[in-house]
Design a protein around this ligand. Sequence first.
Ligand code: S3P
Length: 173
Amino acid sequence: MTPQHIFLIGPMGAGKTTIGRHLADLLGLSFIDVDAEIESRAGADIQWIFDMEGEQGFRDRETKVLNDLVSGTPPRVIATGGGIILNADNRAVLQCSGLVIYLSPTAEQLIERTRRDKTRPLLQVDDREAVIRKLVEERGPLYSQVADLVFPSGSTQPLRLAKKLAEAVSTRG
Ligand code: S3P
């Protein structure tokens, strides 16, 4: 049987990695971050992959890593990149490989939290605010489509939110 992983999905700046680490600790599971795994396999950072291979090259790597991780055991907490839900196959894989938690901050919170970001290629633009609003609008329905649980994540302290998530996960058995 496919192991029941716990996936954190949501936009860039939602806190998936920080909250995911806390959640894994609280549940006694190991944690892995899809972006970090992509970088480790490529031996290069995401910006370099976008520069050399374009966004599609990055997306292909993302799909490969997701598929490899879901077939691994034991179950883990897996933080995903904000664009993982763009691909319908990825959405299907997420839905049938475990519990999907959508961390959902407001566009305003994301704009504030990513204000100084220098590592996310899609945000290195003149009008970052417009890009974030567009991503939230376009991707929001896709996150909702695959999510088993939705949590507003923008204003709660990470450990506190992770405790809420751990409680919700435990209640679901
Ligand atoms: C992306 C989100 C990033 C990373 C890449 C593309 C996106 O991950 O995968 O820069 O398309 O939203 P985070 O959501 O962890 O920042």
